[in-house]
Unconditional design. Structure first.
Lengths: 133, 334, 133
């Protein structure tokens, strides 16, 4: 439920570094930072870096949807980088990945281990083994 | 008790307390305090009276007496806050009863029962996380043969999301007479939503039409969590292929339409992301986990599958329901 | 014969003077101890608003009569920026937050009668009356 942000000037635009979680509580703060950036004429490009974001839900997506619409009015190019696999999936399922460029994080060993350990801890007996096609 | 009476009461308790320092008096003081609060006696009045009552019993140095003047002054701000709190409490109660009315009205938008066809059995569960639900679902019987099923998740929380629901329902109702395909329906809805929605809100939706004679299911998806389907002959659960942009982002969107043939014993399982976005032991569930849970229930009647899934997930996530949970299960019986 | 006490508000010390004057007059009119304090508090709040937001203005204190009742009328006026949203300034939840116009709901609660006029860009005038019991 915490979020911190930082802006860095980049060529022809601004990068917004976000850290923490983006949910219903923190999404308004993200919006307050992001919206002025995409509206600023000097920003031809706004890159949102989510390398330090562990969690983002649909209200977070809503912030990007809102910012995207505004960016289309000003001709600013909005993009998002360094998302977790889970967050990337969210952009993919909602189809937003087709209209906002989203790049995943470099594959981290820790992430893969998380997945594997959850599979093991979750004890469910399957009725039928799944057949291979 | 008028002013005089509570002052007398306070004086008595104070004097008794000073004589014996008993817990009894403190307890009486506590009861008196509750009464005083209930009757809106301000803190500054109590402090002011305290020093006067004290001066009757005890020889008070001038400085001590004077110091109470300061204390009284300081208490006035607390008195203001107390009065504000009361006012806010009564406003809150009013709001709560208004929300209750709205929530009741909202219930009328969501069907309680599914359509009856001999060839299919339908299970349904929808549990809002709060008073107002952001999940929308609907069944519509188009003729003797065909029914449609719609499932939507309105992104944006609470009351605005719930208000959106009426918009969806009435927009869909208005298209009901026309024979439009699932893809076309989503395209039309997208236009309606895009024109009428707040920035930052969007809607995910699944819309499908089931032909109970041909046993063909045609569907289209707008950014919605993919459902599952079960091929009984293989005993296997598959993801329902789904690609499409959420409703409300850009004005003109073409949606892809999918079609699958349903064989006897097959199942369709549709849900909102309140089902899949669950934490168990601090970690999020993966789709495979949900699939395993469904697989374990696969032999049960459709309604039982829906209810058991809900109960299992609730137990696993420590009785917490972070988001509205909606699931629809359709089985071809014959 | 109505004696009118007009206190210009320009410095924080003037706030104290206004409070003191109000308290003294209330005492002369035989208002109870608590009521004296409440009047002083209300004057203080109004004068403080002038000091903080308008930089200068006036607090006018007048003993009044209505039939058998005796009261004290206080008028606080300035030619400052005015209050843009009076309804919001009078809403609960702001009296302890220190926001602009804060304290007005409190003043209203402390006094028996309250009225306010404010024109953005022109100024503000608040009139309150406290009657003796």
């Amino acid at each position: 439920m915490n979020i911190t942000m930082q802006t860095i000037a980049i060529q022809n635009g601004t990068k917004l570094l976000v850290a923490g979680e983006v949910d219903a509580h923190t999404a308004p703060q993200l919006s307050d930072q992001l919206v002025p950036l995409v509206q600023r004429p000097a920003n031809q490009s706004v890159v949102v870096d989510l390398a330090e974001v562990s969690y983002l839900d649909s209200t977070g997506l809503g912030v990007f949807v809102g910012a995207l619409k505004l960016s289309q009015q000003t001709g600013c190019r909005l993009s998002i980088q360094n998302v977790t696999p889970r967050i990337e999936r969210l952009f993919r399922i909602t189809g937003l990945i087709d209209i906002i460029p989203v790049t995943p994080r470099a594959e981290s060993v820790a992430g893969q281990q998380d997945q594997a350990s959850l599979q093991k801890r979750f004890d469910v007996v399957s009725a039928d083994p799944k057949e291979e096609p | 008790m008028a002013r005089q009476e509570w002052e007398d009461e306070y004086r008595k308790i104070l004097q008794a307390f000073l004589r014996g320092r008993g817990e009894d008096q403190l307890y009486l003081g506590q009861q008196l305090s509750k009464w005083l609060r209930a009757h809106h006696v301000a803190p500054e009045e109590i402090v002011d009276f305290h020093v006067r009552a004290l001066a009757e019993t005890v020889e008070l140095p001038e400085l001590v007496k004077d110091s109470f003047q300061l204390l009284t002054e300081v208490m006035i701000e607390y008195g203001i806050a107390f009065r504000e709190y009361r006012s806010l409490r009564s406003r809150q109660q009013q709001l709560e009863s208004e929300i209750e009315v709205a929530a009741t009205m909202q219930q009328t938008l969501l069907p309680r029962t599914s359509p009856q066809f001999d060839q299919v059995e339908i299970g349904l569960i929808s549990v809002p996380a709060k008073q107002m639900s952001g999940d929308y679902y609907n069944f519509a019987k188009h003729d003797d043969q065909v029914f449609s099923v719609a499932l939507a998740d309105i992104i944006g929380k609470g009351i605005p999301a719930a208000l959106c629901m009426s918009m969806i329902k009435y927009a869909m109702d208005s298209f009901l007479d026309q024979r439009i395909t699932p893809a076309a329906m989503l395209g039309r809805l997208n236009g309606v939503v895009e024109r009428n929605i707040e920035p930052g809100m969007f809607i995910t939706m699944f819309y499908g039409m089931y032909d109970t004679c041909l046993h063909r299911f045609r569907y289209a998806v707008a950014g919605h969590e993919p459902g599952f389907w079960y091929r009984a002959s293989k005993g296997r659960l598959y993801d329902l292929e789904s690609r499409g942009l959420v409703l409300g982002v850009t004005p003109d969107v073409d949606y892809q339409e999918y079609e699958i043939d349903i064989e006897p014993g097959d199942l369709l399982i549709l849900m909102t992301d309140g089902v899949t976005e669950r934490k168990v032991g601090g970690r999020f569930l993966q789709r495979e986990n949900i699939a395993d849970l469904i697989q374990a229930e696969i032999g049960s009647p459709a309604q039982q599958i829906a209810e058991n899934l809900y109960r299992k997930l609730l137990l696993l996530s420590n009785l917490e329901l972070p988001d509205d949970h909606t699931m629809i299960v359709i089985r071809r019986v014959v | 014969m109505a004696v009118v006490y007009r206190i210009p508000i320009h410095t924080e010390q003037d706030i104290v003077l206004a409070r003191q004057t109000g308290r003294n007059i209330a005492k002369d009119l035989n208002f109870g101890n608590i009521v004296q304090s409440r009047i002083a508090t209300a004057i203080s709040e109004l004068a403080r608003n002038i000091f903080l937001y308008a930089e200068k203005g006036t607090v006018t204190i007048t003993p009044i009569e209505r039939g058998k009742a005796i009261g004290l009328r206080i008028v606080a006026e300035d030619q400052g920026p005015g209050i843009r949203d009076i309804r919001k300034a009078m809403e609960d939840g702001y009296s302890t937050s220190g926001a602009l116009g804060a304290g007005l709901p409190a003043v209203k609660r402390l006094m028996d009668e309250f009225s306010i006029q404010s024109i953005p860009g022109k100024g503000t005038s608040v009139t309150v009356i406290k009657w003796s019991d």
